[in-house]
Design a protein around this ligand. Structure first.
Ligand code: GLP
Length: 248
């Protein structure tokens, strides 16, 4: 079941989402032995959420000391020092500004020698923690969640994926609008990793370019052609969007 929550602006939505996550962590009262497990995305949508979480941390309203994070995806064959790697993004926008313990940060290794092993190990590590307390995500304009493109099986786990032409074009805005610079493969948690392994999902959908996919996510028949429709199979999924995405 999806609960749609609309805000006038992306920034108002980000404040709500950051407070929601901070409250959830505080209520859980994580300890070293019982950490709070948080799934995280990259992209422009979560940026203001990370800024708000840093604010809350600075005001001592939340601590990430006993939080374990898993990022949902990463490009293949991109140096972590490349400013378009998701590793770089996460450190710059969030990790380096809060009290997360480095050993509690998990990101798929873009330079792993054996990608299949990297993905299997990542999935196994997630399973060792049990369920995510909360998985935050965003939507690609084509309805991808993480890098699960159209046609991704419902039971998919962490694996190497080929990016859709439309995703390469959409993400080229971060690579100087040069599609040849966008990696065409990525490592991504699967649809099952997200839907079946999380107590709670919180997805962010902002801007006019997401209007069509927001509508389809909420109303189209649930199918692998539009992976985001699978969010509706989860018992506790909040989709937060702004008026631009809503179209009113
Ligand atoms: C990328 C990421 C997704 C993200 C999507 C949307 O393709 N792999 O995880 O949800 O972008 O990004 P944005 O929030 O910038 O629209």
């Amino acid at each position: 079941m999806v609960e749609p929550v609309k805000f006038e602006t992306k920034n108002e939505a980000a404040k709500y989402v950051a407070l929601y996550i901070a409250n959830s962590i505080n209520l859980f009262q994580p300890t070293e032995k019982k950490p709070y497990v948080l799934g995280l995305p990259t992209g422009s949508s979560p940026e203001p959420v990370y800024a708000e979480l840093i604010n809350l941390y600075k005001k001592r309203l939340v601590s990430f000391k006993n939080v374990v994070t898993f990022n949902m995806d990463e490009y293949c064959e991109i140096e972590p020092t490349n400013d378009q790697s998701y590793d770089y993004f996460m450190h710059k926008n969030f990790f380096d500004h809060v009290d997360l313990q480095p050993q509690n940060i998990n990101i798929l290794n873009s330079l792993a020698e054996d990608y299949e092993k990297e993905c299997a190990d990542y999935e196994a590590k997630i399973n060792r923690y049990g369920k995510f307390n909360l998985f935050m995500g965003g939507l690609g304009p084509n309805g991808h969640i993480a890098f699960n493109e159209s046609g991704s099986p419902r039971d998919s786990k962490t694996r190497i994926v080929n990016l859709d032409e439309s995703t390469i074009i959409a993400n080229s805005r971060f690579f100087g609008n040069d599609t040849s610079k966008v990696p065409n493969k990525a490592l991504s948690v699967g649809i099952s990793t997200i839907i079946d392994n999380s107590n709670e999902l919180l997805f962010l959908v902002f801007g006019e370019t997401k209007r069509e996919i927001l509508h389809k996510t909420l109303t189209s028949e649930i199918c692998s052609g539009i992976p985001s429709t699978y969010l509706r199979e989860h018992k506790n999924c909040i989709v937060v969007f702004d008026s631009e995405a809503a179209g009113n």
